[in-house]
Design a protein around this ligand. Structure first.
Ligand SMILES: [Cu+2]
Length: 301
């Protein structure tokens, strides 16, 4: 048992496992469904312990594929940020076989690493580590099932590959002469500060978007009256493997100008020509889930 992954000074080996006759409680099956996880144990599960949601814990993280060995652990929800995402377990149901638990986790998505810490009786909790490649159809065989419309995210490996092969430099990241400087910030509770500003038609604008928040945001200018259309595309974008590489910018003619996704405590400057046509041009953060509240308006006068 020396070599890769250990620091033992001498050779050793694992000789024999003998069943002592003592009760064992081990997970023997795991199935990922769109609305949660089915976990089957080798022996009967204590309903009172297992069905208490606080007995159970689930978290997830992703790795970055790269030329170096090893990877930091990244938040699946905020792909560029190190960290784990805890998963909310809405309910726990012990099925009729008294050995299978359904953990209802509406936010479950494909992830490189899923960690479950489960208590199913008075013995020691069980830790399970799995890679979730695909989600099967929702599990409906429990009281309280309610259908949810859900967009299943692209596999994290495909998103990583797209980052390495599809990333393009931002087309507006350049200096233009005689630009009117404008500074915007991500405010509290998914807002832009200011929530509107004016520019003369056709003016050259140098816009700096600052992000003092704790999650990533971006800034995208879109055509007048296109917010619902663009929002609909943003809602579906996590299913596209190159969404992260595209900074969550939807593929649409309605999007006129945009910044890259700006990590917390960072900023991004772009220069562009304001539209020649007067009007109210919405701007929006296209990070999934933000657009409905995180928007403002650039008034072209
Ligand atoms: Cu945002």
């Amino acid at each position: 048992m020396t070599g890769w992954g250990t620091y033992t000074p001498a050779d050793g080996s694992f000789q024999r496992v003998r069943y002592t006759g003592d009760p064992v409680q081990l997970p023997v099956e795991l199935h990922a469904r769109e609305n949660g996880l089915l976990v089957t144990f080798s022996g009967p599960v204590d309903r009172a312990v297992a069905e208490t949601p606080r007995s159970q814990f689930a978290q997830a993280w992703n790795y970055r594929y790269g030329p170096g060995y090893g990877s930091q652990e990244f938040s699946p929800h905020h792909p560029s940020m190190p960290g784990h995402d805890p998963l909310t377990i809405r309910s726990v149901t012990l099925l009729e076989d008294e050995r299978t638990l359904f953990l209802e986790i509406p936010d479950l998505q494909p992830v490189n690493q899923l960690h479950l810490h489960l208590r199913v009786d008075a013995s020691r909790p069980v830790d399970l580590f799995a890679t979730v490649h695909k989600l099967a159809a929702p599990f409906t065989g429990f009281a309280g099932y309610r259908p949810v419309s859900k967009v299943v995210a692209a596999h994290p490996i495909l998103s990583d590959l797209a980052l390495a092969t599809h990333s393009k430099p931002n087309p507006w990241r350049k200096k233009l002469p005689n630009a009117q400087p404008i500074t915007l910030e991500a405010g509290k509770n998914l807002t832009f500060t200011p929530s509107s500003f004016e520019v003369p038609a056709g003016a050259t604008v140098e816009l700096t978007f600052k992000n003092p928040d704790v999650v990533p945001h971006n800034w995208a200018l879109i055509r007048p009256d296109s917010l619902p259309r663009v929002g609909d595309l943003i809602n579906k974008i996590i299913a596209e493997p190159d969404a992260v590489a595209r900074h969550y910018i939807p593929k649409s003619d309605d999007v006129l100008v945009y910044s890259d996704m700006v990590p917390p405590q960072d900023q991004f400057t772009i220069s562009f020509q304001a539209p020649a046509e007067k009007g109210r041009y919405p701007y929006v953060c296209t990070f999934p889930g933000h657009w409905m509240v995180m928007n403002g308006v650039m008034i072209v006068k």
